[in-house]
Write a protein that binds this ligand. Structure first.
Ligand SMILES: Cc1cc2nc3c(=O)[nH]c(=O)nc-3n(C[C@H](O)[C@H](O)[C@H](O)COP(=O)(O)OP(=O)(O)OC[C@H]3O[C@@H](n4cnc5c(N)ncnc54)[C@H](O)[C@@H]3O)c2cc1C
Length: 418
């Protein structure tokens, strides 16, 4: 049987390896549009700071890993899929046949639609090639403006500062990482970052960017302020890479819709990773979870099902952990709660430690933790296991810091909290 996999990120690679483990004889080819061996985007912040080199970003360090497993790799961009004919077309005109296909094309950076996005000094930090280009350019005192203050922007912030650049962040919303924190958490983080030299422009938009090669970029903000930059990094969110599927006939919402086997609306085509709109454990909704952990889990399940097994995807818990220059922020599940739910919060440690819990009746459904990593496994366990908290709900409403006691007590009394 001939299996094709589009996408050489973690979802595609793990799916290929899993498929091979369960089917030693089938043909497997992974097709990717980028040069070189498969790598992890998540390693790019470490490449930027100089803590690793390009080899350190590779998903598998052994250059012969794929060959040894009998997994072929092909460089090319897929232009179109014909589900009925079970073929795909590459940009260069080649047409390939498949018996089973996996789409693992991930996401791509969202285009904020600002005039000037195509200027030579306006970049993204998305591919390994982007990372290497930024490493070549970054130097002390370089004026860098980053558009966006979401998760990815903050993962690269520390690396930029380590290179000695002068960093300004422009964010349309009123706080940093708005998907992970509320106003209190955002204020804590903002102060922390400003104290360490990051300049912020929040609740404003870049209207346009102008400039010429080598002369830097002039950014005009909504309030009229003008910022001068040597380099602009755009990190304004991500969107699933589904453009090439427009005429495929597959069901697409934000991402590719899949069933519990991670199969698309065509039984011979699976989808996995950040392009697949699959079950979120907390909300029971189909969502895009733009996380590597989710991509790997999808890849594992899709690989087994492509091998002919019937393994259900239970859903994954949305979970972000990020180190903002020594201030660790974690968020789990429904961080902004549910309609009609309760929440409790505590700010301690001279205003540098923040905990916020979200409840749906007596179950913990979401949490934000800033300034500590202690016991975050317990919080995750309480959310993931959907445990009824009983008497602990009231105590946690009074003081969320009791969550470890709650976890220990529930475990002691035999409640499965994993
Ligand atoms: C700077 C940065 C930091 C990050 N940090 C974290 C982190 O700390 N934790 C975390 O969980 N996640 C992090 N992420 C996100 C993480 O990298 C993604 O969740 C993960 O890469 C998704 O894996 P994937 O396999 O679904 O897609 P991808 O890794 O995006 O791989 C998709 C592949 O498909 C290829 N492709 C796309 N379209 C086509 C086509 N038409 N034809 C052929 N090939 C195609 C792409 O070139 C790519 O190789 C970070 C991302 C970035 C950019």
């Amino acid at each position: 049987m001939n299996h094709l996999i589009i996408g050489t990120g973690p979802a595609g690679v793990v799916a290929a390896e899993t498929l091979r483990r369960h089917n030693p004889d089938c043909d497997i080819t992974i097709i990717g549009e980028e040069d070189g061996l498969p790598y992890s985007r998540m390693a790019l912040p470490y490449l930027l700071s100089g803590r690793i080199d390009a080899d350190g970003t590779l998903l598998r360090r052994d250059a012969e890993h794929y060959e040894k497993l009998g997994i072929q790799r092909h460089r090319g961009r897929v232009r179109q899929i014909s589900a009925e004919a079970q073929t795909l077309q590459l940009e260069d005109g080649d047409e390939w046949l498949y018996d089973r296909l996996l789409i693992a094309t991930g996401c791509k950076p969202a285009d904020p639609g600002i005039p000037g996005m195509d200027l030579p000094d306006v970049k993204t930090c998305w591919t390994l090639a982007d990372g290497l280009e930024l490493v070549r350019r970054l130097r002390p005192e370089l004026r860098v403006v980053m558009i966006g203050a979401g998760f990815i922007a903050l993962t690269i912030m520390e690396s930029l500062l380590r290179r000695g650049v002068r960093l300004t962040i422009v964010e349309a919303q009123d706080r940093l990482i708005p998907a992970m924190v509320n106003a209190t958490g955002g204020a804590l983080l903002q102060k922390w970052c400003e104290t360490r030299g990051v300049s912020m422009r929040l609740q404003t938009r870049v209207l346009r960017m102008e400039g010429q090669t080598g002369a830097g970029v002039t950014l005009t903000l909504a309030g009229g302020e003008v910022l001068a930059a040597d380099l602009v990094i755009v990190a304004a969110g991500v969107v699933p890479a589904v453009d090439f599927l427009r005429d495929s006939g597959l069901e697409i919402d934000r991402g590719i819709r899949v069933d519990r086997l991670l199969r698309t609306s065509d039984p011979n085509i699976f989808a996995a990773g950040n392009v697949a709109q699959a079950r979120d454990l907390s909300s029971d909704q189909e969502v895009i979870q733009a996380l590597q952990t989710t991509a790997v889990e999808h890849g594992r399940i899709a690989g087994m099902n492509m091998a002919g097994m019937d393994v259900y995807f239970r859903g994954t818990l949305a979970m972000n952990v990020l180190d903002a220059m020594g201030m660790v922020c974690s968020s789990f599940g429904l961080v902004h709660g549910v309609a009609g739910g309760d929440e409790s919060e505590s700010l301690s440690g001279d205003g540098l430690r923040y905990l916020r819990l979200q409840f749906d009746e007596d179950r913990l459904v979401g949490a934000t933790v800033i300034g500590t990593v202690r016991h975050i496994g317990a919080i995750r366990g309480l959310i993931q296991s959907n445990t009824s908290l009983g008497k602990w709900k009231k105590r946690l409403m009074q003081n969320p810091e009791y969550f470890m006691e709650a976890w220990l007590d529930l475990v002691k009394h035999g409640t499965p909290v994993y």
